[in-house]
Design a protein around this ligand. Structure first.
Ligand SMILES: NC(=O)c1ccc[n+]([C@@H]2O[C@H](COP(=O)([O-])OP(=O)(O)OC[C@H]3O[C@@H](n4cnc5c(N)ncnc54)[C@H](O)[C@@H]3O)[C@@H](O)[C@H]2O)c1
Length: 250
């Protein structure tokens, strides 16, 4: 039984469907009740269950755990995949206020920490568990700002801080819980094609092609399955080689 936060977003929808195809029971945890109920109706599958969840709220995360256990009896894994951001998110660095920076770090990194902490405590009582958290290549490398030139887009400074910390929290928790049957790993994707401006896509693709939205499914299933039983505290970069291109002579 897998809990997926941010289940109604671009990647979450893929993750939910691939887990269902692999015969898992899935709890769709998302802040949007409307999107959750709509997606659930679309899936029309008794193995899927929606719990309205705000990963930045302690009671909400507690309730996600208790509702998931009441429904399916146990939790094998949580996929930390939600993407909370405030209304000012996405500005260029000069325009990011101190308050807004802190708010986005608190929502996204704080929410991931809260889920790691609460689920780890539950997993300890249960005797086993698995946490997969979404990092990003921008948690391991500096942005290539030239690919955003001429567009309204940028790679937000908060995102770099958040994602590098998500990857490191994964290692921290893996080490803290190392003598238990709970493991923690991260997936760090490159950019996923989602109808971004043509100019941006062309510049991005000069290094390596953008991922398709189903491009992370295999890695997720590997990390959720016993095939990855020895993996703990690791970060899996999935980016068609984008982050390596132009470095180390590649
Ligand atoms: N899309 C990409 O190119 C890309 C690349 C690398 C990493 N990622 C990471 O993958 C994850 C998913 O990204 P996405 O592109 O699918 O995002 P998305 O914006 O498409 O979906 C995010 C989902 O999270 C939900 N959400 C927002 N705040 C929430 C909260 N407080 N509690 C619970 N749910 C909440 C939203 O309702 C939405 O359904 C994120 O961690 C993101 O940083 C995405």
């Amino acid at each position: 039984m897998i809990v997926i936060t941010g289940a109604c977003g671009l990647i979450g929808r893929e993750f939910v469907q691939t887990c269902l195809k692999n015969n898992a029971k899935v709890v769709l945890a998302d802040i949007s009740e409307e999107a959750g109920n709509k997606f659930l109706a679309e899936l029309d599958n008794p193995s899927a269950f929606f719990v309205k969840t705000d990963i930045t709220n302690e009671e909400s995360v507690d309730s996600l755990i208790s509702q998931s256990v009441s429904k399916f009896g146990k939790i094998d894994a949580i996929v930390n995949n939600a993407y909370p951001r405030n209304k000012d998110y996405g500005k260029k660095v000069e325009d990011v206020s101190f308050a807004s920076f802190n708010e986005n770090v608190s929502m996204h990194l704080g929410g991931y920490f809260l889920c790691m902490k609460k689920f780890a405590q539950f997993f300890k009582t249960q005797g086993f568990g698995n946490v997969v958290s979404m990092g990003s290549i921008y948690g391991v490398m500096a942005p290539r700002f030239e690919i955003y030139a001429g567009t309204e887009m940028t790679m937000p400074v908060e995102y770099a801080a958040i994602k590098s910390a998500v990857i490191h929290l994964t290692k921290y928790f893996a080490s803290y819980y190392k003598d238990t049957k709970i493991r923690f790993n991260a997936i760090s994707p490159g950019g996923i094609f989602n109808d971004q401006p043509k100019d941006f896509v062309e510049k991005y693709n000069k290094y390596a092609p953008m991922l398709k939205k189903d491009g992370l499914n295999e890695t997720l299933i590997f990390l959720l399955s016993d095939d990855s039983i020895g993996k703990n505290g690791e970060n899996f970069v999935v980016d068609n080689g984008w982050s390596e291109k132009g470095t180390k002579g590649a």
